[in-house]
Design a protein around this ligand. Structure first.
Ligand code: 9D3
Length: 243
């Protein structure tokens, strides 16, 4: 998978990506990252890439031409027309399904905005997907692009150590994860739940599933609507409702 990021803050993208697991995936040749500084395509003597909004109003708007030239500098090197993901508070809210779908692509171009946004005309020409990462206000699209690249990267073969860990993610059946414990057996007076020390794998598995169900019901009841529940799960949840 090759990521290309059009941005005014390429350092932020590189610094965020080249640390940790995604950085290791680049070294292993599983991933590549190209950042394109939109400012390098300024059509203005002072290297500006923004201007006042027509019709008035606060703030500045990123101009169409530098964004388009930055895009074309990437697209010219590619044989097929790639998806162009515009990071925007007005976009569709990102989720695990979208991560899985994007992980099928060979090339992805991210467009990160700043100021009050980007001239609509260039968006109409180049953007294929408009994506938000949630309902809160950030200063730009760089962190959202990093979030999406991270979520997509870990789905690619070989990026995670344990190939199974992505596949058996509990998010897969839309439940929250059960609590984890490690040594020591007693820490500051708090004991590990005895069932985990019992040596009965089937009992451990059932207890973990129940913990997942309890947590999801308490913290994210919305997930239960679409969760993949067995007959046993439903019986357990019904019993909880009686208490
Ligand atoms: C004046 C109205 N604001 C819209 C709510 C303007 C505005 C605020 C923040 C325009 C851009 C931004 C910067 N945010 C992003 O570029 C962004 C974002 C976000 O703020 N939240 C969640 N997902 C995303 S994706 C891109």
């Amino acid at each position: 998978m090759n990521f290309h990021v059009l941005t005014l803050f390429p350092d932020m993208i590189r610094d965020g990506f080249q640390t940790s697991i995604t950085g290791r995936a680049v070294e292993k040749g599983l991933l590549s990252l190209e950042t394109v500084n939109i400012r390098d395509f300024s059509v203005n003597k002072h290297n500006r890439v923004d201007d006042y909004p027509y019709g008035g109003g606060a703030g500045m708007v990123m101009q169409a031409e530098p964004v388009c030239l930055a895009f074309e500098s990437v697209a010219a090197k590619l044989s097929r027309k790639p998806r162009v993901l515009y990071m925007s508070p007005q976009g569709k809210v990102f989720d695990q399904r979208m991560a899985e779908e994007l992980a099928q692509e060979e090339e992805l171009i991210f467009l990160c905005g700043h100021y009050e946004g980007i001239d609509e005309r260039v968006l109409e020409e180049i953007v294929t997907d408009e994506i938000s990462i949630g309902d809160y206000v950030l200063t730009g699209g760089e962190l959202p692009a990093l979030v999406i690249m991270d979520a997509v990267s870990r789905l690619l073969n070989g990026v995670l150590h344990n190939e199974e860990s992505a596949e058996f993610d509990s998010f897969h059946d839309n439940l929250l994860e059960y609590p984890q414990y490690s040594r020591p057996e007693e820490w500051r007076g708090k004991k590990v739940p005895p069932i985990l020390l019992s040596g009965h794998p089937a009992n451990v598995e059932r207890w973990r599933r129940e913990q997942s169900l309890i947590r999801t019901r308490e913290r994210r009841p919305d997930l239960l609507e679409t969760a993949n529940l067995t007959r046993e799960d439903k019986k357990f949840l019904a019993k909880l409702e009686e208490l």
